[in-house]
Design a protein around this ligand. Sequence first.
Ligand code: AMP
Length: 272
Amino acid sequence: MSELVRRWREQGLSIGLVPTMGALHEGHASLIRRARRGNDRVVVSIFVNPAQFGPGEDYARYPRALSRDLALCRRCGADAVYHPGVSQVYPEGFSTAVQVSGLSERLEGKFRPGHFRGVATVVLKLLETTRPERAYFGEKDYQQLTLVRRMASDLDLGVAIVGCPTARQPDGLALSSRNAYLSPRERALAPAIHAALVAARGLARGGASPKAVERRARARILASIPQARVDYVELVDARTLRPAERARGRLRLLAAVWLGKTRLIDNIPVFN
Ligand code: AMP
């Protein structure tokens, strides 16, 4: 991979990177197409990163579908797919980690300790290997996008981090590789998460307090999906991800919800 991108760079070609964990869907496809429009060469990485899964999380059962993924990459115009093995990314003796303080500990970080250290470390390695001008991340994982932006800026990586809107099913459910875990019944209930965020956003726009907005979203999720478990619903500053003090300015409403054994995350922008 390094050799290939070195040759491209020598020819003056710009490179766009789309990092993924595979089991690709239309959300990933939208990132690849966006990268295709903005760069001479597009690399998609497919790596299920063990370092970002906690003990007891779904690393072993995370969906893997390489041949379908390769077909999707080709269809969307990718020039190369980087699919390293675990021992290539983390050879014997590997002992370095990237910690983005503050941002790593909020929201997802509270429920998935160590997750963002794994994300930041692997993203830095992928950027080093592929040396792109631009790297594409989905707003679906809004905290991840914010943290990668912070890392790229703090470490002077010289790569533009491009955020891309969340692709959804017609009923509002955000596309996710983990949706494959849902039973038909859970799948039918899952759009209630997005619907609750949208309804609560209406309250925020009407000037309700952040706490009232969060309470409304949580109550609406539980009313629609009584068996759901809500890890968090939080209205935060869109840049710092600190809790919003009032429903003013550029905010983001984020949620993480368990449906049975599946943990889903979603978020929407709130401008006031
Ligand atoms: P993943 O393979 O789930 O780690 O995701 C790889 C990239 O695709 C990340 O930047 C995600 O934010 C992005 N992504 C995942 N789902 C969606 C979606 N529904 N819409 C847009 N981007 C997404």
